[in-house]
Design a protein around this ligand. Structure first.
Ligand SMILES: NC(=O)c1ccc[n+]([C@@H]2O[C@H](COP(=O)([O-])OP(=O)(O)OC[C@H]3O[C@@H](n4cnc5c(N)ncnc54)[C@H](O)[C@@H]3O)[C@@H](O)[C@H]2O)c1
Ligand SMILES: O=C(O)[C@H]1O[C@H](OP(=O)(O)OP(=O)(O)OC[C@H]2O[C@@H](n3ccc(=O)[nH]c3=O)[C@H](O)[C@@H]2O)[C@H](O)[C@@H](O)[C@@H]1O
Length: 389
């Protein structure tokens, strides 16, 4: 419940209720952010998306305590003149809208580039022209590969953090060749970051850029054949959840050697709320938001998810829990990968005093409990159906 006592920012000033135009509010991050804003703050959200399934529980029934503070606007920002009006009547715009599943980057590069660059242009224009604050969601993928990945395999420098820690104001953006269309997303995100930064520098736009590092939790993506297309390939959490639910081996792309740091969505949302409510500390900054303590290879992630799922479902794991698959087979031509992603936390610590709290085991336990409760029965029925026919 939103508290009735005044909310204070990090400098002890009263936070006034604001109206937030949240574009992409119906997605994974948007649904958690809407939930947080409704349950814990007095702010109003104009929720813009083409879908609202993930925020339905916040929109209905009319008797919800926050009724009237969240409005859903079903619109596609590619071609809807209502967008400018919504931005104009808000204090802050948060842009989350994007195509952001790697399976699309090399197979639908045009849609990916349009979604992440061209479609974000009007949002930026309307914020800049109307002097509205913008929080734009970029990605840790803008760093691409680490400098260390180009060193010889046995180089001792690979162990030196200077060669792999990703730092907002220092690290370069290293992408593969244009033929490696995996980088279409990262490159589009990088260009929109540069444009936002330039609008800030030349025209005084008040902006914050967020670079999420593998945020995971309930409601991420979809389970193929249940609430998404059977042939669709979501991000790794949903791919592995789907395999576990169906008692199939988890597929390790190119040996599962890539490394990632995973952060719990609920920790990450705390960071976004600090940005929303502390504009003086957040504006003009680019923030890494991740958990440097939760690093694993994809193979280790698969092993941990298998153990956690056994615990939460009460089922033994299958005899062959993982299989190797080539990236060409799994994602098609033009796939490439980030080798390692550890966020430097200096800037977000200094500006907002934020730190992630949840260990990888704990976040997987709560997320897989949700996946099991939400999908296990539906999967059982889907598997039983063809046999019954
Ligand atoms: N989840 C992560 O860990 C992560 C990591 C890095 C970056 N990001 C970035 O954060 C943002 C949100 O990610 P997410 O994980 O919530 O993704 P998501 O796909 O769950 O949410 C994106 C939402 O935007 C909506 N959308 C897309 N195009 C639209 C359009 N033209 N008009 C209206 N709505 C549109 C989609 O319907 C979807 O609901 C994206 O910009 C993504 O690139 C996320
Ligand atoms: O989440 C992020 O911070 C960013 O990175 C993600 O990219 P990536 O981490 O590569 O995407 P995942 O689908 O989560 O894959 C992680 C790793 O698991 C591997 N993988 C994925 C799925 C699978 O079934 N098996 C498997 O081995 C992938 O090859 C990759 O190495 C996406 O690009 C974005 O959502 C986002 O911008």
């Amino acid at each position: 419940m939103a508290s009735t006592t005044a909310r204070l920012d990090l400098d002890g000033n009263t936070i006034n209720p604001m109206t937030i135009c949240m574009i992409g509010a119906g997605g994974f991050i948007g649904s958690h952010l809407c939930e947080k804003l409704m349950q814990e703050t007095p702010h109003t959200v104009l929720a813009v998306d083409v879908y609202n399934d993930k925020i339905k529980h916040l929109l209905e029934p009319d008797s919800l305590p926050w009724a009237g503070r969240i409005q859903f606007h079903r619109l596609n920002i590619k071609n809807d003149s209502r967008l400018e009006g919504l931005i104009k009547c808000s204090d802050l715009t948060i842009n989350l809208a994007a195509i952001c599943t790697p399976a699309d980057y090399n197979t639908r590069p045009l849609d990916t580039i349009y979604s992440n660059f061209i479609d974000a242009l009007p949002v930026l224009k309307y914020c800049s022209e109307n002097n509205k604050r913008l929080i734009h969601f970029s990605t840790c993928e803008v760093y691409g590969k680490t400098i260390g990945s180009y060193l010889p395999k046995d180089s001792p420098l690979r162990q030196d953090p200077a060669y792999y820690i990703l730092k907002e104001d220092v690290s370069p953006c290293i992408f593969g060749s244009v033929e490696k269309q995996r980088w279409s997303y990262a490159c589009a995100k990088q260009l929109i970051e540069r444009l936002i930064y330039a609008e800030g520098a030349e025209n005084g736009l008040e902006f914050t850029i967020v670079r999420p590092f593998n945020w995971i939790g309930p409601r991420m993506d979809f389970i193929p054949g249940i609430d998404g297309p059977s042939e669709g390939v979501p991000r790794v959490l949903a791919c592995f959840s789907n395999n576990l639910l169906r008692r199939e081996p988890l597929k390790l792309v190119d040996g599962g050697e890539s490394q990632r740091t995973f952060v719990y969505i609920k920790d990450a949302i705390e960071a976004v709320l600090l940005m929303i409510e502390n504009p003086g500390r957040a504006s003009g900054h680019i923030f890494n938001v991740g958990n440097p303590n939760n690093e694993v290879t994809v193979r280790q992630l698969a092993e941990m998810m298998t153990k956690v799922y056994s615990k939460v479902s009460g089922e033994d794991s299958i005899e062959t829990p993982t299989i190797d698959v080539s990236s060409k087979e799994f994602y098609g031509e033009g796939y490439d990968d980030s080798d390692k992603r550890i966020p430097d936390m200096t800037i977000i610590n200094k500006q907002l005093g934020w730190n992630p709290k949840t260990s990888l085991w704990d976040l997987l336990e709560s997320t897989l409990t949700y996946q099991h409760k939400t999908y296990a029965e539906a999967i059982k029925q889907a598997i039983a159906k063809p046999l019954a026919n």
